[in-house]
Design a protein around this ligand. Structure first.
Ligand code: FES
Length: 248
């Protein structure tokens, strides 16, 4: 277990913060670290900044998350990693498709050569707004920002031939809807998946999907690889190892 000192804590919205920390390891967009919060447990988190400094962006939905978003400058962030593979970097035009906090793992990919489709519950959920403002198409459930609807409502009007690669991250049912929309089209696409992570080094199998371990062979998979993974969008293992089915 390593630790780095926290150098900034930026509030993105009510429950989402970006925690910057001073670390010198090399990392690529899409990789994750296992963050240990003493007294609360361990959680896998994608790196939202992979240069120097590095950062994680977390939405607090439990006590561990609340402790993390309240970390102060100068406190220690304990972690293992980075782990996993990463998004393929290309020089061409990129389409980034995200929902909710899925944008965090793709934040390092956003540049002048990218267009972002981001799907949110409502307009107040937006994070990284300064970077997204001029290059994002938003969809919201309640119509409070952008198109009222879901990611496919924006995607159907996009000319896919214009893009050299498509990156996707978000809740699994959203990714499955994007996968179904794209699977018969001639596109290059990569999806970052999420599963329970305990060891993160290929021992416990808690992160398996269709016999493939996310922590060692993912979390980023090509659309072609996803076609060989029938559990994608259908079922996952709970923390205790019970198979649960993914519902709308
Ligand atoms: S988290 Fe243990 S095998 Fe992947």
């Amino acid at each position: 277990m390593k630790y780095s000192y926290i150098i900034n804590n930026v509030r993105e919205n009510e429950k989402t913060h970006t925690i910057f920390f001073d670390a010198d390891f090399n990392a690529m967009p899409g990789q994750f670290i296992m963050v240990w919060v003493p007294g609360y447990g361990e959680i896998p988190l994608s790196l939202s900044y992979t240069g120097k400094p590095k950062a994680i962006t977390i939405k607090a939905y439990n006590e561990l998350g609340m402790r993390l978003i309240n970390y102060k400058k100068g406190e220690r962030l304990f972690y293992r990693g980075p782990y996993g593979n990463h998004f393929t970097l290309v020089d061409g035009k990129k389409l980034i498709i995200a929902a909710g906090s899925g944008i965090a793992s793709m934040h390092p990919l956003i540049d002048d050569n990218s267009i972002v489709i981001e799907s949110l519950k409502n307009g107040s959920d937006i994070i990284f707004e300064d970077e997204l403002r001029d290059r994002a198409i938003f969809t919201t459930d309640d119509g409070s920002r952008g198109i009222k609807g879901h990611v496919i409502d924006a995607l159907k009007d996009i000319k896919l031939d214009d893009f050299d690669i498509i990156y996707v991250c978000g809740p699994e049912l959203m990714m499955k809807s994007v996968f179904d929309f794209l699977k018969d089209k001639n596109v290059r696409a990569e999806f970052s998946l999420e599963r329970e992570m305990k060891c993160a080094v290929g021992i416990c199998d808690s992160c398996s999907i269709s016999g493939i371990q996310l922590c060692t062979e993912g979390p980023v998979f090509s659309i072609e690889k996803l076609k060989e993974m029938p559990e994608f969008g259908v079922s996952r293992l709970s923390y205790s190892g019970k198979r649960i089915f993914i519902k709308v």
